[in-house]
Design a protein around this ligand. Sequence first.
Ligand SMILES: [Zn+2]
Length: 294
Amino acid sequence: MQIGLVTYTPEEVAGFNPHVYYSKWADGAVFPAARKMQNDATCFCDAKAIREKPDMVAVSKNGPALRKNRRINVPFDFVCPTNPDYQTKVLNYVETLNKEDIQGVTLNLYHFPEEEFCVCPRCVELWRQSGLNWTEWRAQEITSFLKKAKRLVKGTFAVEMYPDPVLAKERFGIDFESIAELVDYFHVPLSSRDYFTNYWVDLLTRNFLKILKKPAVVELSAEMLNNEKTEALLKTVAYLSRHNLMAVLLLVHDAENARQVAKFAVNNIELREWLKRYDFAEMARIIDEWAKLY
Ligand SMILES: [Zn+2]
């Protein structure tokens, strides 16, 4: 198992690989490609674009897909995924990334906001013309967008997802079966403020490994800086290291944050003995590697 990073800054950090860099954000910020890294682009969440052109937003009978709409529960503001102009904008960006020497592209938030979206006049018309049921039509729209994006990616192609292994197709139009044919791996974000309670991480990892027909990486949040939280995080990574994951990725603020996690592990003799005592060989190996660097 590899141990990698997800960051908002394109700084390489020794001891971590692969490195996923957020190059296009849900607030609308867009950055140049990070060389040699996996560049992660947010597709249909763009608060800035929606502020500028409010009619781009995905809509439902419960109102628009905006965070401020309390009749629904969405974490970001969503553009309608069938908007041809916005699709072109995202695809042009993916093409621009691939002019640089990057490792590959991961797409994020490339799906519908929820099951009842989108009922804008264009979506309703496209659905009617398709002859498909609501779930199948929405999944087909999302898969066909991913196919267009994949054609532009020279290196590794991956997707994130809302981590719902059961209802992803009905809720978001994410069809894991057909997407598996397009991607090199799936990126499963299991974010939390802390991992003191971590049974759900193990549970969702097992579920995803069972259903995904391609390799998977799991992302955990590592932005916390106190010792108790860091120890709980590292023990959670240790349990994940017993599964057949390609990598665990740690989401950090910056390179220094990543080095602090590695240094904490290296210097925590009690933790390292605990890993050896309970036979977490893979996690012990990762920390032994860090000990050569930190
Ligand atoms: Zn729509």
